[in-house]
Design a protein around this ligand. Structure first.
Ligand SMILES: Nc1ncnc2c1ncn2[C@@H]1O[C@H](COP(=O)(O)OP(=O)(O)OP(=O)(O)O)[C@@H](O)[C@H]1O
Ligand SMILES: [Mg+2]
Length: 403
């Protein structure tokens, strides 16, 4: 069965839900391109909100051709010339209109890609057709010149009612049975990401064309927060080191996330200054070991880290804590930062494979990256992958923990 997100790619403007103003803005830019001061539009916003989809839907509606270029095609000026070449040159008045789409410029990484950013800048200056760039975070310093040359168009996170509308129309069309409340609950889960919500819907209704309350609850169960809360509770409340030491054993979050959770919640629990200082001291030692692991792959340090963040933190207090504290997920900024670090590494590796195989980074992300961690488990292949792709330690570290 084909993925629903593919089947329901927006085909006209009307199919794009909850982004009316920005879609209008984008369309106006494309149609009035000749009178615009700036040759390009930079559309940005969270994942799964319709950025790429809008470009294609508008193009489809006004009969323009989309020439899609991937950020990884911009390794050097020659490559981009090959790819876009004549497409950007002025053609006869009656030829079909064109849009050049450079999707996901986030994939360009800092200084090694300076050539790439310059190539895009040049493309913007030379093009006889509108250029559209997309990004999830355009406010990185490396994009400052591109920002200056582009009209900025922001796609906002989708409200749950918009997601609901999208899911409802898919359900009706696919003849999936649902209860409105359950569908609404599902719409609230994805954090305003329509792609994630549609994927959830597909997972839940694959076996049976019905969205039930039970299946939704099952999905919620997979939500891991509960187990980390229990783990924090153990470490923060107890003075019994034996209880503390195994606290994180069944926690699914990776170590970096565990450290962030502790960091976020420690001050709420440890209110006596000396105890708080001692506990933070343990945490910062754990963080030092963690960085050594990442740098030198000294995995045996994991055992020290675990001791520090469990028994270490537990022993920082003199008495059991009995007060009731509500633990919160890690700060949003930190979370975003981690997510970004992870996706950057993934994208960087995909970029390297793309270069070697002459494929696009986007295709590699979809076709190869899901399997790479599995291949990487094989010792022999691992060596080959590292040397062929010239992976750095951080990328190796990422691949090791990727699932
Ligand atoms: N506003 C929307 N209205 C209707 N469907 C949407 C909307 N946004 C996303 N979708 C659905 O999610 C899928 C992915 O959307 P799209 O590729 O446009 O996201 P994006 O904003 O480009 O995300 P990314 O930053 O991850 O590339 C679409 O195929 C469509 O099914
Ligand atoms: Mg996109």
């Amino acid at each position: 069965m084909q993925p629903l997100i593919r089947k329901y790619i927006p085909k006209t403007e009307k199919d794009i839900i909850g982004q009316d103003d920005v879609v209008k803005q984008l369309k106006k830019f494309i149609l009035n391109f000749r009178n615009e001061k700036k040759n390009s539009a930079l559309i940005y916003g969270p994942s799964g909100t319709g950025k790429t989809g809008s470009v294609y839907a508008i193009a489809n509606e006004i009969g323009f051709e989309v020439i899609e270029v991937n950020a990884s095609d911009f390794r050097n000026a020659e490559q981009i010339n090959q790819k876009v070449g004549n497409a950007i040159k002025q053609q006869s008045l009656f030829a079909k209109g064109k849009i050049i789409l450079v999707d996901e410029i986030d994939g360009l990484s800092g200084h090694e890609d300076r050539g790439g950013i310059q190539a895009i800048t040049k493309l913007i200056e030379d093009s006889a057709f509108p250029i559209i760039l997309t990004a999830t975070n355009p406010f990185d310093n490396k994009f400052s010149s591109l920002r200056g040359k582009s009209n900025l168009i922001e796609f906002k996170q989708l409200g749950y009612l918009s997601i609901f509308q999208i899911l409802k129309s898919i359900c009706d069309n696919e003849k999936i049975k649902y209860d409105e409340d359950v569908l609404k609950a599902l719409s609230r889960r994805g954090g305003g990401d329509a792609r994630a919500a549609i994927n959830d819907l597909q997972t839940l209704t694959q076996a049976k064309k019905e969205l039930t309350k039970e299946s939704l609850e099952e999905l919620a169960d997979r939500n891991k927060t509960d187990s980390i809360m229990t783990a924090l509770n153990k470490v923060f409340k107890t003075t019994d080191l034996k209880i503390a030491i195994s606290a994180f054993d069944s926690v699914e979050e990776d170590l970096n996330e565990q450290l962030l959770w502790i960091d976020e919640n420690l001050p709420k629990e440890y209110t006596k200054p000396e105890e708080l200082a001692k506990a933070y001291d343990m945490l910062s030692k754990a963080d030092v070991f963690n960085r050594r692991i990442r740098r030198w792959q000294h995995y045996r340090f994991l055992i020290y880290i675990n001791a520090l963040i469990t028994a270490g933190i537990a022993s920082a207090k003199k008495e059991k804590h009995k007060n009731l504290v509500e633990y919160k997920p890690t700060g949003r900024i930190l979370k975003l930062w981690w997510a970004k670090q992870k996706s950057l590494k993934k994208k960087a590796i995909a970029g390297k494979i793309a270069e070697k195989t002459h494929a696009s980074q986007k295709d590699i992300l979809k076709s190869t990256m899901p399997y790479l961690p599995i291949m990487f488990k094989n010792k022999e292949m691992r060596g080959n992958i590292i040397s062929q792709l010239d992976l750095n330690d951080e990328e190796v570290g990422w691949l090791k923990q990727a699932k």
